[in-house]
Design a protein. Structure first.
Length: 238
């Protein structure tokens, strides 16, 4: 798997991301992940597990720059409920910007040991059916949260694995969380790229990942409190 320095270790704000997008769109044709990669293309994917608010902000920034991407949503996230009306509206807003909505699947919610392929595909199919309720046209792309080795570099018949060889080993694959030692990486521009960007790392003023998680937990608790009170304590205010 080839690597390259597409951004520096100091790139972490929404303004920085706009600058990154400007550079990338000058060098590549940027598009969502579905489909086979071609020379001169950058396939842009986002894993969304912490904050739909940050994802919506990033989606708008990209739309303003004429960029479309694939947003993989973690339906089992403890920090947001994709079926909640307000959260569903955020997801559909992301879709309305022209982005694709795929699934971010957490194997860790189901298995400690390696499952059989049929068992894995069955559980993923169940979540894809939920995603079909949330958005108009779900993407066939499935990403994996903290991906175990048994999903890496594999093809599946029921969905398009974001970690299949055509997206990782056969082209340059860059994860925005892996920045250490970039100064020692090749400065040559790769012919095609699969870039994974996590919105929660960029779309806020918080520069530390653990601090961002804490912030997301606090925001989620406040939101649940407001929704619960409106639903069960004082429903006439809805």
């Amino acid at each position: 798997m080839a690597t390259t320095a597409l951004f520096s270790e100091t790139d972490l704000t929404s303004d920085d991301y706009r600058s990154v997008l400007s550079r990338l769109t000058e060098e590549y044709a940027v598009r969502p992940l579905s489909g086979q990669p071609e020379t001169g293309e950058l396939l842009l994917r986002h894993d969304v597990s912490l904050s739909l608010s940050d994802a919506e902000t990033m989606a708008e920034v990209e739309a303003d720059n004429g960029v479309r991407a694939t947003y993989c949503l973690m339906l089992s996230s403890p920090l947001f409920n994709s079926l909640d009306g307000n959260q569903r509206a955020r997801i559909r807003q992301i879709e309305s910007y022209g982005h694709e909505i795929g699934l971010l699947f957490s194997t860790h919610d189901y298995w400690e040991e390696t499952p059989g392929e049929a068992e894995l595909e069955e559980e993923i199919s169940k979540q894809l059916s939920v995603l079909d309720v949330v958005v108009d046209e779900p993407s066939p792309v499935v990403g994996f949260h903290r991906p175990p080795s048994y999903v890496q570099g594999r093809q599946f018949s029921e969905f398009r694995n974001a970690l299949a060889p055509e997206y990782t080993s056969e082209i340059t694959y860059v994860d925005d969380r892996v920045r250490a030692g970039e100064k020692n990486q090749s400065s040559e521009q790769p012919e095609s790229v699969h870039l994974l960007v996590h919105p929660a790392l960029w779309m806020s003023s918080a520069s530390e990942y653990e601090r961002k998680i804490e912030q997301s937990v606090i925001e989620s608790c406040r939101y649940v409190n407001r929704r619960a009170r409106a639903e069960f304590v004082d429903p006439q205010r809805q």
